[in-house]
Every structure is written in C-alpha cells, then in structure tokens.
Design a protein around this ligand. Sequence first.
Ligand code: SF4
Ligand code: MG
Length: 313
Amino acid sequence: VSGLKKHFPVKNEIGQKSAVVKAVDDVSFKLYEGKTLGLVGESGCGKSTTGRTILRLTEPTSGSALFKGKDIFQLKGDELRKARQDLQMVFQDPFSSLNPRKRIGEILEEPLVIHKLGTKAERTEKVMEILYKVGLNVDHYYRYPHEFSGGQRQRIVLARALILNPKIIVCDEPVSALDVSTQAQIVNLLRDLQEDLKLTYLFIAHDISVVRHISDQIGVMYLGNIVEYTDTDNIFAEPLHPYTQALLSAVPHPNPTMKRERIILKGEIPSPLNPPSGCVFHPRCPMATDICKQAVPVNKEARPGHFVRCHLY
Ligand code: SF4
Ligand code: MG
C-alpha cells in the first residue's frame, strides 16, 4: 500500500464545503504472505479507515494497493468481485455483525451462495470443515447467534471470513470486546489458522500489548499517519517515536525489575478538522522543540528497517 489518503469533505451549517478531514494522510506499508502487520493507535487515528479502504468498503482519495500485480483501488466489476474473495474482514463486535434471525449454518453458507460456489452438498461440507477449523462443531450448525458466548461468536465471525479461502484478513479490533482469557484464545486461534492456511493479517488494535503476540511488524498511527513502523521486536526493544514511547510506558515490562517510567501525555488527540501545525503530535509531545511547531517531519529510516516520522532522527 503506498501513499494512501482518505480525505472527507466537511460541510458547514449552510451546506457549503468548509473543510477537509484528513482521516488517513499518506500511509504506506507492506503486508507479507503468512505474516501479520499490527496497526495501533488511539481511536480516530485512521486505522479502521485504512483497513476499510483496502477492502474497498470505503473508497480512497488517492494512493495504490498492489495485490497479485494489480492495484486493488482500480479494480471494477468482476475483477473486484474476484479480489473480494481474497480480502476479508473481521469486525470488533461479534454481537452486531451476525444476523440474529439466521442459523449459523446459513450465515456461513451465505458468502458461498453470493459468490455462486459449489453445490448445496459441497457448501454444507465446506461449512462443516470451517466450523471444525475454528473450534466449533456440527451441533452448532443449527443454532442461532444468541446461543453463543462472545468468544464463540467471534469464532463464527472468523469462520464466515474464512469460508471463501481468503489470502488477507483485516482484523479490526477482533478481541477488544472480549475478556482477557477469551482474548488469548482467539489470538491463539488466529495464529494457528495463519500457520495452517498461510493467511496474511492486518491486525488493528488500540492496545499495543494485544498486537504484540501476533504481529511480525507494527505500525503506530497518530492522526492519520503511521509515525513509526518496524519489526515488533524493534518496537518493544527500542521505540523511537515519543508517541510510541508513551504508548509502551503504559504496558507492564516483561521483566518486573525493569520498570518503564510511565509517560503521561498532555491533552487529548486534537480534532482532525483542525490539526496542529508542523508535527501534529507537538502539543502533546514531551520532547517537542521549536522546529516541531513549524515543520512537518518526513518519514525516515532511522535504523535499518526502522522508520519514524520525528525531527529527533
Ligand atoms: Fe515530538 Fe517533535 Fe518528534 Fe513531533 S517531531 S514527535 S513534536 S520531537
Ligand atoms: Mg476503529
């Protein structure tokens, strides 16, 4: 994905176009087959919008996303329908994303019907196979969503995403609504499925400790930009961006004798309608200097394979 932008025009009370919200502003990253990129940041930073544009659930303003040699953003008609089988999404709230009036078997079969795949018998067989893969069983086929716990519903949502044999799954806060032990089960399931099916994930979360155990690389987002991007180990060993340092300071260190000093950020995320000048993080940054108010920092490779947008580097 390169140079992805999603800008929304905003109208004032009398309906005139008065401003532009830069929800995603010049985001670039790579997804590697069978690997996971974790995208972290506070709500409103543009991470969900980034995921949705890749699946064409929302149209990007500009940029490109190469997949199998083609730009996803340019696909139309049949080509787009075909690509959509490869690109699936798992949403945060498994309670609202399953139709309460349909049985699980019907919910899981639906994508196959829409894409006109297989005979009735073949589709049923495929549904059974996927139920097993996500840790459910044949008994669940005739049940309704309300008969399941949150963790089980997330398994069903995952099964629905898997039914078309996708290559890439955008997981948007897939465990945020679950309790901690269920979170761990679902994350482990996602990892097993990844290994088994060579899946590629874009894993979106507001909590950096959640993405740690599943991500090969991490991108930290702030107000529409990726401000730091590198291998997961690098991020935790040597976070470079002051915002990443603040996020990590809230995470308990694995070695209890090595205490991180908690960095408390001043203020709230500014409104994307009226972003600060220069580095958009400057009003909250403990390291800000005069240049930060004036000049927008560019993306730099500060260490090999470790990218950061900050004047300190
Ligand atoms: Fe802080 Fe300046 Fe770096 Fe922005 S550019 S993160 S304000 S030090
Ligand atoms: Mg979101």
